[in-house]
Design a protein around this ligand. Structure first.
Ligand SMILES: [Zn+2]
Length: 196
């Protein structure tokens, strides 16, 4: 959160990004957070959080939709690398969410996997907001909330570690215009340990 604030304020310090940092394979890794983000090229995680080599363990797919391989990736970070924070990061103007909002009849190839995963959030937004932009923004938030819940309920590793307080699993949305990452109240209000 502090790193994102630096980025928003044009005060990025670009930590651990020197050539020596980037080319030092002997350091191993101890990332402090796992991020499940969208593949969108306008959301470069290390830059928007002002972090460097070895800080963030990141998995990215369109609409940050998850499947078996994603689960294994996130569990690896939790169990082997011992990251204590998992952030599901959606973003404004997400093309995957917009595609799901249009409910296409025959999406090409495997894109149907993305559409189907985001569909519940899309339907929720259509029922609870009016206006195209309002609906899209709500679907983006709701998609993140559902993905946070998906991970909190994921057996057998994450559900137990979340219940015991060993990991925090929270959701946030990135604003492409301001650069600000806003953590969603719905995903942090039940977490007394989370410093709002
Ligand atoms: Zn996106």
């Amino acid at each position: 959160m502090y790193g994102n604030r630096r980025f928003v304020d044009n005060r990025s310090i670009k930590p651990r990004q020197s050539d020596a940092d980037l080319k030092n394979g002997s350091l191993g890794q101890k990332p402090f957070a796992t991020i499940i983000g969208c593949a969108d090229s306008r959301v470069p995680n290390e830059i928007i959080f002002d972090q460097g080599v070895g800080d963030l363990f990141i998995t990215r797919t369109a609409g940050q939709v998850m499947a078996e391989a994603s689960y294994g990736t996130i569990e690896y970070a939790t169990v082997v690398l011992n990251t204590r924070l998992i952030v599901v990061l959606g973003h404004q103007s997400c093309g995957a969410v917009k595609a799901a909002m249009s409910l296409p009849e025959n999406p090409p190839g495997h894109v149907v996997t993305l559409i189907n995963a985001i569909k519940p959030a899309s339907l929720y937004a259509k029922a609870h907001a009016s206006g195209e932009k309002e609906q899209t923004d709500l679907a983006i938030r709701q998609n993140v909330i559902e993905q946070v819940n998906e991970l909190r309920d994921l057996e057998p590793v994450l559900s137990r570690r979340f219940a015991s307080g060993e990991v925090l699993i929270v959701g946030a949305v990135y604003n492409l215009e301001t650069g600000l990452v806003s953590f969603l109240e719905e995903t942090i209000e039940s977490l007394p340990a989370f410093n709002k």
